[in-house]
Structures are given as C-alpha cells and as structure tokens.
Design a protein around this ligand. Structure first.
Ligand SMILES: C[S@@+](CC[C@H](N)C(=O)[O-])C[C@H]1O[C@@H](n2cnc3c(N)ncnc32)[C@H](O)[C@@H]1O
Length: 379
C-alpha cells in the first residue's frame, strides 16, 4: 500500500487476473455500489472504488480506492479527468442519481469513450415497481374467466395487487407470475377457512397466500414444512434436483422464510416444522400452532385453500393429497404445484388420481403456470 493519508491509492490487494480496464465505482459506499463491486469481483473485472468522504468505511472492501471531490466542487472535473487518464479507466458505475446525471452529461466531454456502465439509477430502482404495476393493471383488465359457483368478490385495488406482485418478486422462490395471477383469481372465489401450504421453503408462495387470505378475509395461513435436508431428497430420474438440493441448507431456509413472512404475519400466519403427514395429525388434533417467531395462531380445522408444494416424488405427493384433501371444504381449492414438472411426474400422477377419484365433486379444474387448480363443488 502506498502511504500518505486518506487520499492515497491503496494498491491492489489481489490481482484480478483480468486485463480489462478497471471500472470506477463512485460513490463506492452505496449499497448498490457494493453489490456491483461483488459482481465485478465474481466476474474478475478490475475495479477502483472512490468516494468524496475523507474516510469512507467501504474502502476496505475494495481492491483499490481513491478520493474524488464532491461533484459540486469546482475541482471535481479535473480530478476525475486525472483519475481516468492515470488509471486507464474503462467505464464508470454510479448508483447515485445526482452524480449519475452529472456524469452522464460531462463524461462525453472530458473522456469520450469512457461510458457510464449503468442505466439511470432512478429507472433501475423503479423498474420492478413499474413492472408490478403493469402486471396488476393487466390482471384487472383481463381477469381469468373462471366459471366458479361461488360468488366472485370484487378484486382488490390495482395498488394492492401491484404491492403483492412487487413484494412477491423480492422473495426468491418457485412461483411464476402465471401462477400468482391464478392464485389472485381463485382467492376471489374462495370459501372461508384455513389456508394451508405444504412446502414453503423461503416463503414466496406463502407470502402470496398470506396476503390474499388477508385481503379477501379467507382465514389464517398454516405452512407445513420439515425444513430438513433429509426431506429434500426426491429421487428424481436424472438426479438433477437432488444434486441441487444437496447444496441447500434447510435450517437457513427456515430463517429466510421467517424473515420474509414476519413483516406481514400479524397473528394470522404460522407454521409446523414437520413432514406433511405428521402435520395433518397435528392439524386434526389442535386448533392452533405456536412458534417462537410467530407466537400463537388459531385455526378453524377446515381448509379453504390447500396448496401442495412439498416433496415431488410420487409417494410424497400422493401422501400429501391423501393426508390433507379431506380437510378441504365444499367450494374449497386444492392446488397441486409442479403438475407440469420436467424432473418427474409425482405431482401429476397424484393430481390426476385425485381428479379421477373425485370427478363427481369437482366444479373447476385447470392448469395455469405449472400448477393444477381444482375447486370442489359446493355440494
Ligand atoms: C419446491 S419447495 C417449496 C417452494 C415454495 N412453495 C415456493 O413457492 O417458493 C418444496 C418444499 O417442500 C418441503 N418438503 C419436503 N418434504 C416435505 C414433506 N414431507 N412435507 C412438507 N414439506 C415437505 C421442502 O422442505 C421444501 O421447502
């Protein structure tokens, strides 16, 4: 490291191994800057961080670091020019809207050929919200034409739908937009009762179900999942799912589930950390579930919406259907996720068998996204 105070350049702590010109990240301490830094480090892209603070705690995270005046200071332009020349900067990343706008204007003049590597930070931050709003708008304009015998409740507002889409997008997991739209539509045509999910993992579909259950006053959500690595084994034909699962940490997944659901839970979400068949026995004998994270939640003992998304082996999917479908009320919904699944046919066989065995008491059945949706008849 070259010495001489806060404004000196720290020499590279490790070689990036990449001959590409370095990207200047300025200001280097913003959360988006640090995310971008991580991406560059993963990609082997050389980077230099910069800040206008005399001492910026983020400097330690960068392989190289330097000081730049604030963009409002008259010496900024010259200092930037010197840095670009001296370090042969290939591009600039700036997540700060004011700095980005300014750089967008001046870079062309002082360093033609040195681009801003990111789009407008305002557009970047808002794009997810805009997409959610547009999805909500489309769903309201073109609702699913479902012929359910239950009275259809008026939809929640565009804003509420957009909020649901947006927050669901932030939670990682396996629930595509088609399926979310279908869930929004069936929730409007739901009886009242508990909402039960078999298999919740990080909580993406659980969040959606919790919000819909709340918005349409259906009932409380109970998630049943062992969150144990042992139960992730599906014996899929090619072993692709199992080898991916082996890299997961089920205990961490439960922590992520809690982080995702706690802000929305009130007293209406809880879980049973056990396999679904044990969960069904518990459900039959108890009217509540208690966890440290969510406290006590009461349940009615009958189900309005049952979402089956646990282990996808045929034996497990069949056991889930057998253990839980008997709790579903007339007019209630059963959703078998991954009915269309490239790694095996467990959910499809279990779903088809249920359809065949219960044909005389099924009102509606359709596939949307990759899930099978079934509504039981009212009588
Ligand atoms: C595909 S993930 C669920 C994804 C989640 N529904 C979502 O939308 O993101 C499957 C989950 O099933 C759980 N699981 C495995 N065996 C189970 C069983 N016997 N009973 C309940 N859940 C089970 C796993 O722990 C895992 O969390």
């Amino acid at each position: 490291m070259t010495t001489g105070g806060n404004r000196t350049i720290l020499s590279n702590r490790k070689e990036s191994g990449n001959s590409a010109k370095p990207i200047l990240i300025f200001p280097g301490g913003m959360p988006r800057s640090l995310e971008y830094l991580q991406k560059c480090l993963r990609d082997g892209q050389a980077v230099i961080g910069a800040s206008s603070l005399e001492y910026d705690v983020s400097r330690e995270k960068y392989p190289s670091w330097l000081y730049l005046p604030y963009v409002t200071q008259p010496e900024f332009i010259n200092a930037l020019k010197q840095v670009i020349l001296k370090f042969d900067i290939g591009g600039v990343y700036s997540p700060n809207p004011v700095a980005w706008n300014y750089l967008n204007r001046v870079l062309k003049e002082i360093a033609p050929g040195v681009p801003l590597v990111n789009n407008s930070p305002i557009d970047a931050e808002l794009s997810g919200y805009r997409a959610a709003r547009s999805r909500a708008h489309t769903l309201l304009e073109r609702p699913l034409p479902l012929a359910s015998d239950l009275v259809t409740k008026p939809s929640i507002s565009e804003g509420e739908l957009a909020a649901l889409f947006r927050h669901a997008d932030v939670i990682p997991g396996m629930c595509d937009h088609e399926k979310i739209c279908a869930l929004c539509e069936i929730a409007r045509r739901s009886a009242s009762g508990d909402v039960v999910e078999i298999g919740s993992w990080w909580g993406k579909s659980a969040f959606i179900l919790a919000r819909l259950a709340r918005c349409y006053e259906i009932g409380n959500l109970l998630c049943v999942d062992p969150w144990s690595n042992e139960h992730l084994v599906q014996n899929d034909e090619k072993g692709l799912v199992d080898s991916g699962s082996a890299q997961m940490d089920a205990g961490e997944a439960l922590m992520v589930f809690e982080m995702n659901l706690l802000p929305y839970s009130g007293d209406h979400v809880n879980y049973l950390r056990m396999p679904s068949t044990d969960g069904a026995k518990h459900y039959r004998g108890h009217t509540s579930a208690t966890t440290t994270a969510f406290g006590i939640t009461n349940y009615r003992g009958h189900i309005a919406i049952l979402h089956i998304d646990g282990n996808h082996s045929y034996a497990a999917a069949k056991a889930d259907v057998l253990a839980w479908s008997g709790f579903v009320v007339n007019g209630g919904w059963i959703i078998v996720d991954d009915y269309v699944w490239p790694y095996g046919d467990g959910p499809q066989r279990a779903g088809d068998e249920f359809l065949a065995e219960n044909a005389n008491r099924i009102d509606v059945a359709f596939v949307m996204g990759s899930a099978l949706f079934i509504q039981l008849s009212l009588s």
